[in-house]
Each structure stands twice: as C-alpha cells, then as structure tokens.
Ligand binder design. Structure first.
Ligand code: KG4
Ligand code: ZN
Length: 338
C-alpha cells in the first residue's frame, strides 16, 4: 500500500449531490456539494423522483470539480467509495452506478459505505485526535441513533428513535409554523428571539435506563397547542413555540447522550448529522459535558450536513483493513449500521 491513499468519494443518498477527494482518511482535498434544497423547498420536502433526476444531471459535473479543484486525475486515485444506504433508493442508485462505472473502468478498488458511518466519521476530519472507542449521537432528518463506536468499522447502536427522527420533528414543526423547508435551521434562528421556558412541552425519557427516543408525543403537543390557540382566536408567538420546542428536543438528546457516554465510560460525547448544527443542542451539551467531565465534540456545520468527504473518511478505514465491495453491491434504503 502507498503511504498516501487518495479516495474519490461520492454521496447521493438524499438531496445533496456530493463528491470529494480525501487523503489518508482525514485530509480533505476537495468536498463539492451541490444542494437541491431550492428545488425541493417549493414542495415542502424532498420529492424522491425529482432528487434522482437532479443527481443524474449533476453527478458528473460535481465529480469533475472534485478532481479538478485539487488538480487530481483518476490515475492518482487509489479507491472509489460511495454511500449505498440508508437513503432514498433512486437517489442512492445514481451515486452507486456512477461509482461502479468509474471503479470498473479505471480498475480501482470499490468500497460501499453506510451513510450513518459517514456522519460519525465527519468527526475524524474535524478532530484529528479523535479515535474510537467513543459514544456518538447521530441526529439527522432520517435517524436519531446513539452509537457506541467500538472501533473503526465496529458499531453498536444502543439507542434509536421509536418514531420520528429529531430532524424530521424539526421539519414538521417548522411546516406547522409556516416557516418553510428545511425546518431545523429556521427553528434554530427563530428560537433566538423566543423564550424557551414559555411553554412546557413534554419530554419523552421512556423507561429507566433507555437510550431510545420518541418525538411523536412532543410533535402532537405542539400541533395541539397551535390548534387550540387558533380555535380560541388567541395570539401565538412563533418564536416562543420554536424556542420551547427546540428546548424539549435538545434537553432529551443532550441528557441521553451524556448519560450514554458516562455509562460506557467514553471520554467523549460526539455529535453528528444535520441536527448536530443546532446551536441550543451544542450549548446544552457543552454545559452538561463540562458538569460530567466529558469532552463534547462535533463537526463544523458543513461537515454535519450530507457531504462526500465524510464518506471518503469512513472508506479509508475500510480500505486499510482490506475491506472491498464487489460490483453486485445494491442500494439498501434501510441499511443498518451493525
Ligand atoms: O444529515 P442531514 O443533512 O441529512 C440527512 O441525512 O437526513 O440532516 C438534515 C436534517 C433536516 O431535518 C434539518 O432540518 C436538520 O437536519 N437540521 C437542523 C439544523 N440544521 C439542519 N435541525 C436543527 N437545528 C439545525 N440548526
Ligand atoms: Zn445525512
């Protein structure tokens, strides 16, 4: 194996078409992200067929840019990596077939990566000192998992949502408030001018000792609050609702992550996924981490959202262990991490 391993990584699991060149797992030479948010915004969410079509339109342009930005050609590349699940099947297939075509025609090793593993690995790019074992909360539009990262490529999911993902709850409440899509960043922004103690929305901690989540009760409570005020013709404060809702989510996520880190004797409590950008969640975690003597880590906002650099990082730790995928690898919309 060469001293320098360059991986071309591709990510198309949802509504971002992304390609990256990653050196030795943690150095990002390029990370091109073409977001479809403006296209999906008018529908209030991601339309799967539209997402696939947009990926198809953009994928070659994005890959060309990822290679040309650092001045790299395919003959310098050591392996091609791609997300093969979980995600939207039609969207995944665009990245997967493109990656297979490049790897096959250039006679390069081909490595399939789990999208959630990618989100966790974004932290290795940001925090060069971070190494397993540690406990990580992956909170995105599709998942809310507490993962015990036992080693590179070895994961144990110790908590998961029983209904909505955290990001999904943010998106639904934002829609009910008429804020638009995607809801997380909009609620985060609006909450700054609201009172987080204005409304005491419920927190679901579930059974004693459980690391699982449930956001459907909270979601119903916010919707009921809105409906009952509307029926009584009473004024509402969207900023107070946003701040109180966000507080309920951030409260539960941060308490459970710190507890998991303590229980598993992890030095770190690590955050990943789109919701890891949330300012109140970061703040509460920092406070609670400090009280518990646990170091809290998260990636910068660009690496929290879907991107190919995180896939290239995860692929590197497969590559150096000799793990390869074959060309029969299929898209797996419900791929599990374990
Ligand atoms: O990881 P991601 O980019 O895509 C998925 O894999 O799902 O996460 C997107 C999710 C969306 O639900 C979005 O509303 C949420 O992350 N999100 C946030 C924030 N920024 C993005 N949620 C709360 N606060 C934020 N600042
Ligand atoms: Zn994601």
């Amino acid at each position: 194996m060469r001293d320098e391993v360059l991986i071309l990584a591709i990510e198309t699991s949802c509504d971002e078409t992304s390609a990256a060149i990653v050196k030795n797992g943690r150095k990002v030479l390029s990370n091109i992200i073409s977001s479809q948010i403006d296209t999906h915004r008018k529908f209030g969410g991601v339309v799967p067929e539209v997402a696939s079509r947009k990926h198809l339109e953009n994928i070659n342009i994005v890959i060309d840019e990822a290679l040309s930005e650092p001045g790299i050609s395919l003959k310098d590349i050591d392996a091609v990596a791609v997300t093969y699940g979980p995600g939207l099947v039609g969207a995944l297939l665009i990245g997967l077939s493109t990656a297979k075509a490049i790897a096959y025609s250039s006679k390069l090793p081909f490595i399939g990566v789990n999208h959630i593993e990618g989100h966790i690995s974004a932290n290795y790019i940001e925090h060069k000192e971070l190494e397993p074992p540690f406990v990580c909360l992956v909170a995105s539009g599709g998942h809310s998992h507490i993962v015990n990262v036992v080693g590179y490529n070895i994961y144990k999911v110790i908590g998961r949502t029983r209904d909505d993902a955290a990001g999904e709850a943010f998106d639904k409440i934002a829609r009910a408030l008429g804020l638009g899509y995607p809801g997380g960043p909009l609620i985060d922004k609006l909450a700054v001018s609201g009172n987080r103690e204005a409304i005491d929305f419920p927190r679901a901690f579930l059974e004693e000792g459980s690391y699982d989540f449930s956001f459907s009760g909270l979601k119903s409570a916010v919707l009921n609050y809105l409906n009952s005020r509307k029926m009584k013709n009473e004024e509402i404060s969207p900023a107070d609702i946003a701040a109180s809702f966000q507080e309920a989510v951030a409260d539960v996520l941060s308490i459970k992550l710190i507890k998991a880190a303590l229980d598993k004797k992890s030095k770190y409590a690590v955050l990943a996924g789109g919701v890891a950008s949330n300012s109140r969640l970061r703040e509460l975690l920092r406070q609670r981490g400090e009280q518990a003597g646990i170091e809290v880590l998260y990636p910068s906002p660009l690496l929290c959202t879907d991107n190919a650099a995180m896939i290239g990082c995860a692929a590197y730790y497969r590559y150096i262990c000799g793990i390869r995928s074959d060309f029969t690898l299929n898209a797996m919309p419900n791929l599990s991490l374990e």
